[in-house]
Design a protein around this ligand. Structure first.
Ligand code: GFB
Length: 321
């Protein structure tokens, strides 16, 4: 398999669907050096859940290339509490964009999924072929089903219509632009915020949800964006590709690293009334490595940088209002 760019983005009209989200914004940053012409759909005029909106926008803007990073996302609690939105919104967004991409002759599309597509008890590290070999983790099966449907849409349009549509499955992502709302966020931004607030208020303890024993793999969003661009340029096949860092750690170890970075000296308390979710979901990165890609950002560096972003962009702006 060649790892040289085969599909050039230079001079192409590129639509990053979901450009205001953490992943979409990172892809936009990464594309700055590719010489492409970026086009954006504004949320106030295009509701991606509405087929007519998507078709009309795509017909008038005619992108050559689509990064499908638009999605309804959230952490373990949000997934569990809002199953209809996680299933419906994501199914509609991906179906509308993929169908319109086919109708308007998009040259290449990359669909972004999630590592939660795999069975709850998949063998570790999880290879791409583990898809649909077992039951899903119940807290996020709605989101997972939508993302599995997205993979299948991309595959089926390739098979039936010859569309060059591919899929990438990122692990748990974090970085600038993340959601720091404690009810709807993922674990890493939640812990950064909790540690910061505990430090500022002089609290003795910081509460971590669940037992702290589940393992999670984290990838900085800029690494994810780089992998997506790499796949767009080098990969053209039926199967989805895992995008991870290759290492995982327990939630307890993550919390310890976070309090170290933030400088909170109190104790960790584990709230076992909150769900643990899947026990482990370390993905195999062998396929992406064989395509010539490696991650660059170590977790500790990424944590420090993301904490800095949180201070500058969330804490600083909240304290001004
Ligand atoms: O990141 P997270 O919300 O989602 O939670 P998942 C990961 C682990 O961290 C769980 C624990 O075991 C949580 O119980 N945790 C500890 C916390 N403290 C906290 C906290 O303050 N906030 C949060 N949110 N978690 C998501 C899926 O699963 O992964 C999505 O729900 C998506 O569908 C995403 O696939 C990548 O890793 O469990």
């Amino acid at each position: 398999m060649t790892t040289e760019p085969q599909f050039s983005l230079a001079g192409k009209r590129v639509w990053v669907a979901g450009h205001r989200g953490m992943v979409g914004a990172a892809i936009v940053r990464r594309l700055a050096s590719e010489g492409c012409d970026l086009v954006f759909a504004d949320r106030s005029t295009v509701d991606l859940r509405r087929q007519a909106d998507v078709e009309a926008w795509m017909r008038s803007n005619k992108p050559d290339v689509v990064f499908l990073a638009a999605a309804k996302v959230g952490g373990i609690l949000a997934n569990d509490r809002f199953p209809a939105q996680f299933l419906y919104d994501n199914l509609m967004i991906e179906a509308n964009i993929i169908q319109a991409a086919h109708e308007t002759g998009v040259q290449k599309l990359l669909f972004l999924g999630s590592s939660c597509i795999y069975p709850k008890f998949a063998e570790q590290p999880i290879v791409e072929e583990a898809l649909l070999t077992g039951a899903l983790e119940p807290t996020n099966e709605w989101y997972a089903i939508a993302k599995i449907a997205g993979i299948k849409l991309a595959q089926s349009y390739r098979r039936q219509y010859g569309c060059d549509f591919i899929s990438a499955m990122p692990t748990n992502l974090y970085g600038p632009g993340d959601n720091f709302d404690l009810q709807s966020s993922h674990v890493l931004p939640a812990l950064l915020r909790k540690a910061h607030e505990a430090k500022i208020s002089g609290a003795d303890t910081l509460t971590v949800w669940g037992s702290g024993t589940p393992y999670r793999e984290f990838l900085h969003v800029d690494d994810c964006a780089d992998a997506c661009v790499h796949l767009m340029q080098t990969y053209s096949d039926d199967s989805h590709v895992n995008v991870g860092s290759g290492t995982d750690l327990t939630i307890r170890s993550l919390a310890e690293a976070v309090v170290e970075v933030v400088g909170f000296a109190g104790d960790l308390v584990f709230d076992t009334t909150k769900p643990d979710g899947t026990p482990r979901k370390l993905m195999s990165g062998a396929k992406l490595r064989s395509l010539g890609w490696r991650p660059n950002i170590e977790l500790l560096d990424g944590l420090k940088q993301t904490y800095g972003w949180y201070l500058d962009n969330v804490v600083a702006t909240t304290s001004k209002t």
